[in-house]
Design a protein around this ligand. Structure first.
Ligand code: HEM
Length: 370
């Protein structure tokens, strides 16, 4: 029996390749922000524990102050890929979301609580109080949200368990079990957090508001963390890929795009190795330079793009092996509307970039005054 609900008879209003491209661009940005949150937050918590070290506290405060802003980007950059994913994969994604509905809807509450805890964490640190428990609680909740997202994104690929889950609970009260890809995939995201969080510290080390000693400290800690977790991230990536079904593995190694972005064509693999080397120079040499700072930003962004493309391949090939071809949809492109959308999209990205630069500038002024 074909397990997916009937396709919507209304054709898609834009070419599938365009929707996929927009999905990958926006999801890569969401992942950069998610990794900054997951890695940066725990680093800030750990640094805040070393209350005897002034540099450590300065670094913890610098990261913590940025957390609420990062969270804004996590949320706002999560909405567009959710919309694009629903357009392309709605029949699978809506089904899995309903099957774990109670957990899925609970994300809104957990997210709100996490956000509040982030403000508390920053406030306590600024006031010179102990803040590790508040920060750690926020991190645990964010990690749980990540787990729920991984659960749904893998459940949507398993139509064979839907009927049984629905029979067990029509209330969406159960989380899916028995998927060997779920935990490696989630751990891959968590490990990536420390790689990106460390690279973020390498970038921050160039800030002129730090003293020379603080700069070397921030570059040293960030670089070492990124170099170490880059290796763990690589191992988690190999693990997550190795537990995919054979049909998916074969498809990933034969399609040019996934070869190029993933392991076989060394896309993601090479980028992570470059990130580790760059981080090692900053971390072990305690080197502070604009080249390293901007190199860290570039390699972090490219790594997330390569990862997102490869991950997209895992989904498309898994669904294809179960009869769902994402390219098999009626399309009636309304180019006028697509044109207006693209203009607004590019303008929106420009505004986001401008907002980031204004916030960064304001933080510099505030930190300078502090
Ligand atoms: C603390 C907050 C959040 C964290 C830690 C987080 C983390 C993650 C993680 C780890 C994944 C990858 C799951 C996987 O494939 O294994 C993911 C995917 C995703 N997230 Fe978030 N997320 C957060 C908030 C949000 C919000 C608020 C939205 C939307 C409003 C969102 C939208 C998405 C979407 C749409 C995907 C997957 C899209 C796709 O596969 O096509 N996220 N997120």
């Amino acid at each position: 029996m074909f397990p997916y609900p009937a396709v919507d008879p209304i054709p898609l209003p834009a070419p599938i390749w365009l929707i996929k491209l927009l999905h990958i661009v926006t999801l890569s940005l969401h992942f950069v922000a998610v990794e900054m949150l997951l890695g940066g937050l725990l680093l800030a918590v750990l640094l805040s524990l070393f209350r005897g070290s002034p540099s450590s506290l300065v670094a913890a405060r610098a990261l913590a102050r940025r957390m609420t802003v990062v969270m804004t980007y996590v949320i706002n950059l999560g909405v567009p890929p959710l919309l694009f994913a629903q357009v392309l994969y709605g029949r699978a994604l809506y089904t899995s979301s309903v099957l774990m509905g109670l957990y899925w809807i609970s994300i809104i509450g957990i997210l709100t609580l996490t956000y509040w805890l982030l403000y508390q964490f920053t406030g306590r640190l600024e006031a010179g109080k102990s803040a590790w428990l508040t920060g750690l609680s926020a991190w645990v909740l964010a990690g749980f949200i990540a787990r729920l997202l991984s659960s749904n994104m893998t459940l949507m690929l398993r139509p064979e368990v839907w009927q049984q889950m629905y029979s067990a609970s029509a209330m969406g009260a159960y989380l899916p079990t028995g998927d060997p890809t779920l935990t490696p995939r989630w751990l891959l995201m968590l490990a990536g957090g420390f790689l990106i969080g460390g690279l973020w510290m390498v970038y921050l080390s160039g800030r002129s508001t730090f003293t020379a000693e603080e700069q070397r400290f921030v570059a040293g800690v960030g670089g070492k963390v990124a170099a170490l977790f880059g290796v763990i991230y690589l191992a988690a990536g190999v693990w997550a890929a190795s537990v995919q079904p054979d049909a998916v593995k074969a498809g990933l190694s034969s399609h040019w795009l996934y070869r190029f972005s993933g392991f076989a064509g060394y896309g993601w693999l090479a980028l992570v190795v470059v990130a580790i080397l760059l981080a090692a120079v900053a971390g072990f040499g305690k080197v502070v330079s604009p080249w390293l700072s901007w190199g860290a930003v570039l390699v972090a962004a490219l790594t997330e793009i390569a990862f997102t493309v490869y991950r997209d391949g895992v989904r498309d090939l898994t669904l294809l092996s179960k009869g769902y071809d994402v390219w098999d949809r009626a399309v009636a492109t309304n180019w006028g509307v697509v044109g207006i959308f693209l203009v607004l999209f590019v303008a929106g990205l420009g505004v986001i970039g401008w907002l980031v630069s204004v916030v960064a500038g304001a933080k510099k002024t505030m930190e300078g005054a502090a």
